[in-house]
Ligand binder design. Structure first.
Ligand code: ADP
Length: 163
């Protein structure tokens, strides 16, 4: 059984994330979405809210792809989380060059800790590549339309949150 771990903050889950999840489903039998508990990013949504949004979007993606998808909150080392959930593969999304340097270091350090867990990078469809949760939140706060960036249910919750 091939198990993949896709970690992130998901504050909130965007159409960039869901595009990566859909692609990852083609590569694994089970996909675990690792939702970071302690994130230095100072999340807008609580862990419970982020997990609930991930679960609700993943239920739809699971029905669409036939791949089992589960959400797993974590606060330990990523490589330990991979061991906890039995993942042989870590999935990361790659946007522009700005993501590259950080990801390059992460792979190097994770490999030094466990060389048997492989990191796989996926790119979202062109129209979703520029999406970042941080910018989506800023656009929403300034009254912009975020319907092209997040799933509909997430947009409703986001507007509710910033009210
Ligand atoms: P963000 O960086 O937007 O705050 P996360 O920390 O939740 O999002 O990111 C989790 C993973 O998803 C990371 O590997 C990140 O590079 C990837 N990702 C986020 N948005 C996109 C996107 N639009 N296209 C491809 N990958 C993405």
């Amino acid at each position: 059984m091939r198990i993949g771990l896709y970690p992130g903050t998901f504050d909130p889950i965007t159409l960039g994330h869901t595009d990566i999840i859909r692609r990852a489903c083609a590569l694994v039998d089970r996909l675990v979405i690792g939702v970071a508990i302690n994130t230095g990013k100072g999340p807008l949504f609580s862990l419970e809210e982020r997990v609930a949004m991930v679960e609700s979007e993943c239920a739809k993606l699971s029905a669409e792809t036939g791949t089992e998808i589960v959400a797993h909150p974590f606060q330990n080392l990523l490589i330990d989380c991979a061991h906890d959930v039995g993942a042989q593969i870590i999935i990361r999304g790659l946007r522009a060059v700005t993501d590259f340097e950080y990801e390059y270091q992460m792979v190097g350090m994770n490999r030094a800790m466990d060389d048997s867990v492989e990191t796989v990078f996926l790119m979202a469809e062109a129209r979703y590549q520029a999406i970042a949760s941080k910018l989506v939140k800023e656009i929403a706060k300034l009254g912009g339309d975020v319907s092209k960036f997040v799933p509909d249910d997430v947009r409703v919750q986001l507007l509710d949150k910033i009210k």
